[in-house]
Design a protein around this ligand. Structure first.
Ligand code: FES
Length: 157
């Protein structure tokens, strides 16, 4: 039996590369484009730096869904970082499926000039999180501050 997902405010953690997706997100904000305030961004130099453990840490921090977004194929400033990230995301999806978090992770490519696509990505993941309902590791309305700080610290190293 399919239960209707309860109404809640999903939390999306976005692990993005600074060169493309972050620039697009920044542009969307500057242009005052409207999109759900569900997303919190963690900025990486390149998505190639994102480890599977970071993705798991994002869920531990209480994310209902996690998105990874970097440069388009062929545009990575570190040549193949986005390709490596995609491999890790695909593997992480399998792990998440096994532990009951399937469907809550996706990878996107958003070019620096494509603010409208960023808006669509956030809307898509928000919709997905709404349909899936709150994640089992969710801890209230806010992200778990210590776990999020651990993740952000890893990014700085
Ligand atoms: Fe953007 Fe590598 S620099 S994904």
């Amino acid at each position: 039996m399919n239960l209707k997902p309860m109404k809640y405010n999903p939390k999306i953690l976005a692990l993005v590369c600074t060169y493309c997706t972050y620039t697009a997100a920044d542009m969307a904000g500057s242009a005052r484009m409207q999109y759900p305030a569900t997303v919190r961004i963690v900025k990486y130099l390149c998505t190639g730096r994102i480890d599977i453990l970071h993705i798991l840490k994002a869920f531990e921090a209480g994310a209902d869904a996690v998105l990874v977004s970097g440069c388009e194929a062929g545009s990575c400033h570190f040549l193949e970082g986005n390709l490596r990230a995609r491999e890790r995301v695909e593997y992480a999806k399998q792990l998440l499926e096994e532990i009951g978090l399937g469907g809550r992770l996706e990878m996107f490519e958003v070019a620096a000039s494509d603010a409208p696509k960023w808006v669509e990505v956030v809307k898509e993941m928000t919709q997905r999180a709404l349909e899936l309902g709150p994640a089992p590791l969710r801890r209230g309305q806010a992200f778990h501050p210590e776990t999020l700080a651990q993740l952000e610290k890893v990014v700085e190293t």
